[in-house]
Design a protein. Structure first.
Lengths: 489, 352
């Protein structure tokens, strides 16, 4: 299939005015996907981090590590629950918001989702076993229950990213007179672009989860809680985040290779290449793109060509080469991309500095400014990841399936009444965010006071009147280990 | 008969059955939670519900994802048609599903009673609403209200006799299943008074649901003639089996044989669902599109069967292990101090 033919064929077909329901549909998808992806990161990366902590607890007979693993398990129970339901929202929205995409290409892109569902199934099963298995299973067997979750995280991420990679570089079907034929679902599952996109996201998940968890303990240390609990709670996720942050710029660079051929308009937007230069394209930082021209950007000669084209002479194809209806929103794409790169490099520099100084026998954890930076590193990692998704998704516009189907064709026949649904969703997601924050903070507060989390079903005053101590706890998984050791150990 | 499309449709419907039984029991727990009474009276029931569905609800929930994915991959155009017609009940069911899962998790770790109450009410209400709207979707498909090209009327497609009845049946069967499961769980945990309370509830819910199911057949004759023909024809034996299963469950509950009652309750509900599936065969969208017409690309259908095969081999045993663990004494608070350890609210009755 010739891409230029396809392009010509498709651009003849449409380019009418956007339907009223398109913008709310986009906002709705952006909200639900952007919200879910944060929790998906924890679903992918948290199990491996818990595993290492739990393993340390068992190997070194370390009660601090065991306690951390147990608490993280409970935190992950809350995060996974809202992650599971927000992921379900996406399954519904595929059809509700993009019936044109699903009706036409459902059988092309569906197989990876089937395997992703399979992975999610296993994750949910072993999560249930692990969470409720504390004190109810032999210790080593219980620990092993975490491993499948780390593995399914890999498979699930790969499958979802395979679909997204396919949207960027569609393969596995032919278009004959507008009809989809010769569907090859396995070619979609194993499409050549999938692996790099997967690697980029998988590493990003470890950055988000690693920095976010480390940030909690960095904030604790800032408040003067400098016990072993906080140090260990910081170091294990920070170690994961370190490896991820050091690897990520390279993974991202390799992912971007060949973008000039795959999606030249996206690359031109990333790089703010308004015109195709005669020689090397300079890197443009900041600036604004108006009326086909980039203004007020800081230029660094050669750098854009070196980074994107791997050449000192070859220019980045400029936006002047594309008709306007085939261009993405240039400014948003550019800023999202540069935000991702900037924050990614900053985080890489921070972890490199930490380990370098540690090697020179200086401990940065005693430095207030480093701790302050670490306390916001989780938010920074989340922002970088969201910016990356905005860059790649907005940069693909106006296509939902690049070069084949425009987003306008995929959208449903909804009216602007969809804004109402969107408004409701803002309230719903706001409420879930608030609920999660309130509950997680109160868990932390109660853990700090010592003790465990009693069941809340019933008047508190009555609980106080009743006999105090472990026997009013109704959930075995909430009981502290009795002196004689827990059952099964 | 045994074509690839049929096999995929069968696998899809098997997912619907599993979701109706396993996910249904979790939703139904919400009904009992909602009607358990004030925070003092209801504490015991709510604690039991937390124990029973806590470890399994997320796994059971994945059946819905499986159904959706198989549907859009195997029968993409019918999926788009249903979504563009029935978006109102789909969105409402989705809201219910989201609120149910989130507030269940939040409630478990609530600090104060008012938080637990707030999350509890949201959890319980949404647990009742979600199966209702999912039921109306099934009824709309079965009564031929979704046009093949999609874009059917967003309101009259589901606010109609058959969909509303299937919605009510869905709520009833969920509550019936949950009641039977909770009764057996309470008995296994040695909470005799609680088991007795759940037994009475299950008997009432079961009887009412049974009446609703068979009353629901009356409007179907005129409202959904194609489905009706299938129900009284090909599907008649399964409908009869469902009735027998329901009656057997009530008898077993009456005679306090709680463990086998779970099996017959599952048979009763699964048979109702199977009756729907067999009744509307070979239609995907009744009177509009058949399985063969709706099928996606053949290579994709084969790929889906591979995925289903792998799922049966990998997910099946894992799921079985999870269910096995939840039934062991270690997981039911019977180890060590076991039976003396009761929830504090149980002692409220002893207070003067």
């Amino acid at each position: 299939m010739d891409a230029t033919q396809l392009l010509a064929q498709a651009s003849d077909a449409v380019a009418a005015a956007d339907p009223a329901g398109l913008l709310p549909a986009r906002q709705q998808m952006a909200l639900s996907l952007g919200w879910h992806i944060i929790l998906a990161c924890f679903g992918v990366a948290f199990p491996a981090i818990i595993f290492v902590m739990h393993l340390r607890g068992i190997r070194k007979d370390d009660p601090v590590a065991l306690n951390l693993a147990k608490r993280w398990g409970k935190v992950s129970a809350v995060l996974f629950a809202i992650g599971a339901v927000s992921g379900t929202v996406l399954s519904f929205e595929m059809g509700l918001l993009w019936p044109g995409l699903m009706g036409t290409y459902g059988d092309v892109l569906g197989l990876p989702f089937a395997f992703e569902g399979l992975a999610f199934f296993l994750e949910a099963i072993f999560l249930g076993i692990y969470l409720y298995g504390w004190g109810r299973m032999p210790q080593k067997l219980h620990l092993l229950m975490v491993l499948p979750m780390a593995i399914t995280g890999v498979i699930g991420t790969y499958c979802v990213l395979a679909v997204n990679a396919w949207m960027n570089v569609p393969v596995g079907f032919d278009l004959v007179d507008g009809e989809v034929t010769n569907v090859q679902p396995w070619a979609v599952l194993f499409n050549p672009h999938a692996f790099m996109q997967f690697a980029h996201m998988w590493v990003a998940a470890y950055m988000v989860a690693g920095f976010s968890i480390a940030a909690v303990y960095a904030a604790g240390m800032l408040k003067g809680r400098r016990d072993r609990h906080h140090r260990l709670g910081f170091m294990v996720p920070f170690a994961f985040a370190t490896i991820a942050a050091l690897a990520q710029p390279f993974v991202g660079h390799f992912l971007g290779e060949g973008l000039a051929e795959r999606q030249p308009a996206k690359l031109a937007s990333f790089e703010f290449a308004d015109t195709t230069e005669d020689g090397a394209t300079p890197l443009r930082i900041g600036g604004v793109y108006v009326d086909g021209e980039v203004k007020w950007a800081i230029e660094v000669p050669y750098l854009s060509s070196i980074a994107s084209m791997g050449s000192l002479t070859e220019p980045v194809p400029g936006l002047d080469q594309f008709p306007e209806e085939d261009e993405p929103p240039v400014n948003l794409t550019h800023y999202a991309f540069q935000a991702m790169i900037g924050i990614g490099l900053l985080l890489m520099a921070a972890v490199a500095l930490y380990w370098f100084l540690r090697w020179r026998r200086r401990e940065l954890l005693d430095n207030k400014w480093f701790l302050r930076f670490m306390a916001v590193s989780g938010i920074l990692a989340v922002v970088a990841m969201e910016a990356g998704w905005i860059a790649t998704e907005v940069g693909r516009q106006p296509w939902i399936v690049y070069g084949v189907m425009r987003t306008t064709e995929a959208a449903g026949d909804h009216s602007s009444a969809l804004w109402l649904v969107y408004g409701g969703s803002v309230v719903l997601y706001g409420g879930m965010t608030l609920g999660a924050i309130v509950v997680l903070r109160s868990m932390a507060r109660r853990w700090r006071k010592g003790g465990d989390l009693p069941s809340p079903y019933g008047p508190k005053t009555l609980a106080a009147e009743g006999p105090a101590g472990a026997d009013v706890r109704d959930c075995p998984d909430e009981r502290e280990a009795p002196a004689g050791g827990e059952a099964g150990r | 008969m045994m074509t690839v499309e049929f096999a995929v449709a069968a696998a899809l419907f098997a997912g619907v059955l599993f979701y109706a039984v396993l996910g249904g029991a979790d939703f139904g727990s919400g009904f009992h939670d909602l009607t358990a009474g004030g925070s003092r009276r209801g504490a015991e029931v709510r604690t039991l519900i937390d124990h029973s569905i806590g470890p399994v609800w997320e796994a059971n929930h994945v059946w819905l994802i499986y159904v959706l994915v198989t549907w859009w991959t195997g029968f993409p155009e019918s999926f788009a048609a249903a979504m563009t017609t029935l978006y109102v009940p789909f969105v409402l069911a989705l809201v219910g599903i989201v609120l149910r899962g989130a507030s269940f998790a939040f409630r478990k770790y609530s600090e104060t009673l008012w938080q637990a109450r707030l999350f509890g009410i949201v959890f319980a209400t949404s647990s009742v609403l979600a199966p209702f709207f999912l039921g109306t979707i099934a009824g709309a498909l079965a009564s031929g209200r979704v046009p093949a090209g999609g874009g059917g009327d967003p309101w009259s497609s589901w606010i109609a006799p058959t969909p509303l009845f299937t919605g009510a049946i869905s709520v009833g069967t969920c509550a019936f299943l949950a009641g039977t499961f909770l009764t057996a769980d309470a008995a296994r945990r040695g909470q005799a008074a609680l088991a007795e309370r759940m037994r009475r509830r299950s008997l009432v819910v079961g009887a009412v649901t049974g009446v609703v199911v068979f009353a629901g057949l009356i409007p179907i004759e005129h409202d959904a003639p194609t489905l009706w023909e299938g129900l009284v024809g090909r599907a008649a034996p399964v409908i009869a089996l469902s009735a027998l299963g329901g009656i057997a469950t009530l008898v077993l509950l009456w005679r306090r044989r709680f463990s086998p009652a779970r099996g017959t309750a599952v048979i009763a509900v699964a048979a109702v669902m199977a009756g729907w599936g067999i009744g509307q065969y070979p239609w995907v969208l009744v009177d509009q599109v058949t399985i063969a017409e709706a099928a996606g690309a053949p290579a994709t259908m084969q790929g889906l069967l591979v995925a289903v095969g792998i799922a049966a081999v990998v997910v099946g045993p894992a799921l079985g292990y999870l269910f096995y663990l939840t039934q062991t004494p270690q997981w039911n608070g019977q180890e060590g101090e076991g039976r003396e350890r009761v929830h504090w609210s149980a002692r409220l009755n002893d207070r003067p």
